[in-house]
Each structure stands twice: as C-alpha cells, then as structure tokens.
Design a protein around this ligand. Structure first.
Ligand code: SF4
Length: 284
C-alpha cells in the first residue's frame, strides 16, 4: 500500500511539472521578444503538456531520486518507510518508466533500477506527531553538474554570496537547461549548506523566504541573474532563472559556507502525507 503510494508520487513528480512553475514559464514566454527564446519556451511548454497529457516523463533524464522525509516519531510506519521508498523506486523504474540512472562508482555498471549504494538518496528529519511527509525531488544530471560550494571568509559576507552565485550561473550558461531555479544554502557547514540549497528547491516558484531580509536578497539575485541574458536553453533571452530560493542556518564565526544547487526548467517535485490510519494525501 505504502509502496503503491510512493510509486504514484514518483510518477506524478516526473510527468507533471507543478502549476507554479508552469505559470512562471508562461509569464516568461509572454515577456520574451527574441524569436529563438520564444521557440525554446514553446518547446519546453509543449514537453510539459505532453508529459502531463500522456503521463510520460517530461524529460528523458528522470534524474536521481532524492527524498526528504519528515517523520513523525509516533507514526506506526516509521520502520517501513526506507524499505518502501527503495521498493517504490525499483517499481517506478519499470512502470513509469524511469531512466536507470544509478551506476557503480568503480565499474560504471548500471544497477538498472535506480537503486544502489546510497541511492535513492533519503534525507531524514524527525518531527513531533504521528504523520509522515515524504517529498520527492528527481534531480537531473545536467543541472546537478552545476552545483558548487564556496567557503567564503566572513569578511566577504553576503556580497561574496552574490558574486559566487552569479559567477557560477554565468559559467554554467546553457548546461543546466535554463530557465533554472536557484537553490542557495548559507551557513551551517559545508555539507549542511548544500543540503539546505537542495531543500530550498521544494519551495514553490514565487514563494519568498519568510525572513524579509533574505527575501529581499532572493529578489535582488533573481534580477541580477536575469540581467545575464543567458535565456532559455542558454540561447539568449530575458529569463535565465524563474526564481532564487535561499535557506539559512547559523554559521561558525570563522566560516561562511555557501552551497549552490541549480534546478533545470524541469522543476520536478511532489509530496505525500501518510496518516497514522494509512490514509495518504498527495500534492505538488
Ligand atoms: S538538466 Fe533537466 S531538462 Fe536538462 S536534460 Fe537534465 S533533467 Fe532534462
């Protein structure tokens, strides 16, 4: 039962781009005057329509299956979740289908079912209560290859964050399949800043950080990135990024870690809530 529900949430994530992202793409398309940029938007919007209409993946790279689990400590299903996720990924690979994207780090041999050493990736968070929320974020290789970490000095501060993010987006150009969504994690440590950056991608396009100071930086960075003119698929245009999401944590006084995770136009995500009576709720 739980396996069935996770298969369906994975299917939803890879076949249906969330409405907030589709709306942002449509708005960007309307603003665009350049012929090639408009053509690229038309192709992206068409791929999204076909994916949803035919229930097939919107992109051939269905990504690495990444899960964020918020597990209520009183849930009767706690012990079953990890096994159910792994089994669901195997089944989804056959049934959706997903491209087998898990290869052995030494031999390069593909496991054939998107599972293997450390994958699917599962991030756990224990919370109060008896419900479990599972978020799935299928992450494509092209955009993941543009991820980066900067260990800034505290003196470089937020000006350093801005420079690092803009320079990395510029250096990547069309590689992450723009228009992109930018996830930035600031603080914690090296590993935690990257985790925050990926988690930031679960927020809706247009949803600002509740801290107004951070929200202001998100908006400013978005403007600066779009001024680069990289445009859809890197062929020029007004929209390079649909949004910038920043998540923060306290930092060591001597460190200023900045994790950057770039998500492509295929901004795939879906959520499942598992109630203690076995009932499930799915949304994007
Ligand atoms: S970066 Fe995204 S849109 Fe581009 S090929 Fe990879 S998954 Fe597909």
């Amino acid at each position: 039962m739980l396996v069935d529900a996770i298969v369906e949430v994975v299917r939803l994530a890879v076949t249906t781009i969330p409405e907030d992202t589709v709306e942002a793409l449509r708005r960007a398309y309307k603003m665009e005057e350049d012929k090639i940029a408009r053509f690229n938007f038309e192709n992206i919007l068409r791929a999204i329509e076909i994916g949803k209409g035919k229930s097939i993946p919107v992109c051939q790279d269905t990504g690495t299956m990444t899960f964020f689990v918020k597990a209520g400590v009183e849930s009767p299903f706690l012990g079953e979740i990890e096994g159910a996720i792994v089994e669901a990924v195997r089944r989804a690979t056959r049934e959706v289908p997903l491209r087998p994207n898990a290869v052995d780090i030494l031999s390069g041999k593909n496991s054939g079912d998107n599972t293997g050493n450390g994958v699917p990736i599962i991030h756990w968070e224990l919370v109060d209560g008896d419900e479990v929320e599972i978020a799935v974020l299928p992450k494509g290789g092209g955009s993941e290859n543009c991820s980066a970490l900067a260990m800034l000095t505290p003196g470089e501060g937020w000006e350093g964050v801005r420079r690092f993010v803009v320079e990395q987006v510029k250096a990547c150009g069309g590689k992450p399949c723009p228009p992109v969504i930018i996830g930035v994690g600031v603080g914690g440590g090296a590993d935690y800043s990257l985790k925050l950056a990926k988690k930031a991608l679960l927020r809706k396009v247009g949803e600002r950080n509740p801290d107004e100071r951070i929200a202001k930086i998100e908006g400013e960075l978005l403007g600066e990135i779009n001024a680069l003119g990289i445009g859809p698929m890197g062929m020029g245009g007004k929209t390079t990024a649909l949004d910038v999401k920043i998540e923060v944590a306290h930092r060591h006084p001597a460190s200023f870690p900045v994790g950057l995770i770039i998500q492509c136009w295929a901004n795939r995500r879906a959520f499942l809530r598992l109630k203690p009576n076995g009932g499930v709720e799915v949304w994007q």
